[in-house]
Design a protein around this ligand. Structure first.
Ligand code: PLP
Length: 392
C-alpha cells in the first residue's frame, strides 16, 4: 500500500504524454453510428456519452480521489453540501430514523430538519462527546448514523471506531464528514465507515476558487449513490475538475504547514489572559486530544477560540481589529480567516456561542499571524504568559 502522499503525487498520471490531464469540456459527445452510441447506454458513468455524467477530466479526478480515499469509488458533486444531501437522500426513505452528531455542519442540520423531516424521516441529535453507548439511541427504524469529526465550530472528536462497531452489529450504516482532516490525516475508510464525504471546496481546492464535494463509497453503495447524483442532475465543470486535480498534488504540503502554524498559534492563544480555551484537538490538553491522538495523523488550520469578553473586547471587536485574518465564509484556502462562532445545539455546547471565535490559519508566517492576534486582542492587565504559569 502506497502512502497517501505518494498517492497524491502519482495517482491518475497518464502513462505517456503531458503530466496533467487536459481539460475536456463537453455536453454533447459525437458518435459514428447508432451501435457505438447505444453501446455506451449501460455504462454512462464510465464511458464518454454525455457531459452530465463526466468527461475524461472528471473520470481522471474520480480515479485520483478513489486512490486517495482508499475507497471502492469516489463520486464528485457540485459542493460539499451536495455530497451530504445526495448521501442522505440515497440512504434514507420515509419512515426511517437517523442519528446525527449534534455538532454537525449547520446547512446539513437544516436539511435534516426541513427537507428530510417533510419526507417523513425522523432524527435524533446525539452528544458528539458520547464516549460509548450510541447503541442505546438506536430505534428499530434507525438506518444511519451521520458523524462529522471534529464537529463544525466546536471541534468535538467522535469515537468513530466505537460508533462503527455498534452500528454494524445492528446493520446500520455510518457516514462521516471528513472535511477537516481529509484522508491525509484521518483514514475514514480504514476506520470502517460506509461513506466518507469531503467538501473539496476546502483543502482540495486550497485556493478558495471553486466549490465541489467528494463522496467516497464502499462497493455496495457506489451505484445507489451514483444514481441519486445523476437523478438530481448534479454535474461539475471540467475546469473545476482540473483545478481539483491541481490542488490535490500540493494538499499534503499545505496541510502539514497549516497544522504546524495552527499548533503554534493555538499554543500562543491558550497562554493569553483574554482566552479561556482553544478548541483544537491536535493541541496537547485540548478537548478531544486523546481521541484525536489515537485516530488522527494531523489537523488542518481550523480551530475554535473561546474568548473572555469584557466591556471593550468582544468577539466582534476582535475580528474587526484583525488585519491578516480576513472576514469571510468557508475556509481551506491559503489565506487566514476569522468568523464569530455560530451553532445550534440540543446537547451541552463547550462554550457560550457569543464567546466563540473561529480562526483558520493559512500559509502566512505564524509569527505574523500571532502579532495580528496580539494586536487585535489588545492590551491586557496581566503579562501574556500568566495563564500558562497558572496552569503549570
Ligand atoms: C464547508 C463545509 C461543507 C460544505 O461545503 P460547501 O462546498 O461549501 O457546500 C460541509 N461540511 C463541512 C464540515 C464543511 O466545513
Amino acid at each position: 500500500m502506497l502512502k497517501k502522499e505518494t498517492i497524491l503525487a502519482t495517482a491518475g498520471r497518464p502513462p505517456h504524454g503531458p503530466v496533467n490531464v487536459p481539460v475536456m469540456r463537453a455536453s454533447t459527445i459525437l458518435f459514428e453510428d447508432m451501435d457505438s452510441y447505444e453501446s455506451t447506454r449501460d455504462d454512462r458513468f464510465e464511458a464518454l456519452r454525455y457531459g452530465l455524467h463526466g468527461t475524461e477530466t472528471h473520470f481522471a479526478l474520480e480515479r485520483v480521489l478513489t486512490e486517495f480515499e482508499g475507497c471502492h469509488r469516489a463520486i464528485i458533486v457540485p459542493s460539499g453540501l451536495a455530497a451530504a444531501t445526495a448521501v442522505l437522500l440515497t440512504l434514507l426513505s420515509p419512515g426511517d430514523h437517523l442519528l446525527v452528531a449534534d455538532s454537525v455542519y449547520g446547512p446539513v442540520r437544516s436539511f435534516i430538519g426541513t427537507r428530510l423531516a417533510a419526507m417523513g424521516v425522523t432524527h435524533t441529535f446525539f452528544d458528539p462527546n458520547l464516549a460509548d453507548g450510541i447503541e442505546q439511541l438506536f430505534q428499530p427504524n434507525t438506518k444511519l448514523v451521520y458523524c462529522e469529526s471534529p464537529g463544525s465550530f466546536t471541534f468535538e472528536v467522535q469515537d468513530i471506531p466505537a460508533i462503527v462497531r455498534q452500528a454494524r452489529r445492528h446493520g446500520i450504516k455510518t457516514v462521516i464528514d471528513n472535511t477537516w482532516a481529509s484522508p491525509l490525516f484521518f483514514d475514514a475508510m480504514v476506520h470502517g465507515v460506509d461513506i466518507s464525504i469531503q467538501a473539496a471546496t476546502k483543502h482540495i481546492s486550497g485556493h478558495s476558487d471553486f466549490l465541489m464535494g467528494v463522496i467516497a463509497t464502499t462497493a455496495p453503495l457506489w451505484k445507489p449513490v451514483r444514481e441519486t447524483v445523476a437523478d438530481l442532475g448534479f454535474s461539475v465543470s471540467a475546469d473545476d475538475c482540473f483545478l481539483a486535480l491541481r490542488g490535490l498534488r500540493t494538499l499534503s504540503l499545505r496541510l502539514r504547514r497549516q497544522n504546524e502554524t495552527a499548533l503554534k498559534v493555538a499554543g500562543w492563544l491558550r497562554s493569553h489572559p483574554a482566552i479561556t480555551e482553544v478548541l483544537y484537538p491536535p493541541l496537547e490538553g485540548a478537548p478531544g486530544h486523546a481521541l484525536w491522538k489515537r485516530d488522527f495523523k494531523g489537523g488542518c488550520g481550523l480551530m475554535g477560540v473561546v474568548v473572555k469578553p469584557d466591556e471593550t473586547r468582544t468577539v466582534r471587536t476582535i475580528i474587526n481589529s484583525l488585519r491578516l485574518f480576513r472576514i469571510g465564509a468557508s475556509w481551506g484556502g491559503f489565506e487566514s480567516l476569522a468568523l464569530p462562532g455560530r451553532f445550534t445545539r440540543v446537547t451541552e455546547p463547550p462554550c457560550e456561542q457569543n464567546h466563540l471565535l473561529r480562526l483558520y490559519t493559512g500559509l502566512e508566517d505564524p509569527d505574523d499571524l500571532i502579532s495580528d492576534l496580539a494586536n487585535a486582542l489588545g492590551p491586557t492587565d496581566a503579562p501574556t504568559h500568566s495563564a500558562e504559569q497558572r496552569r503549570s
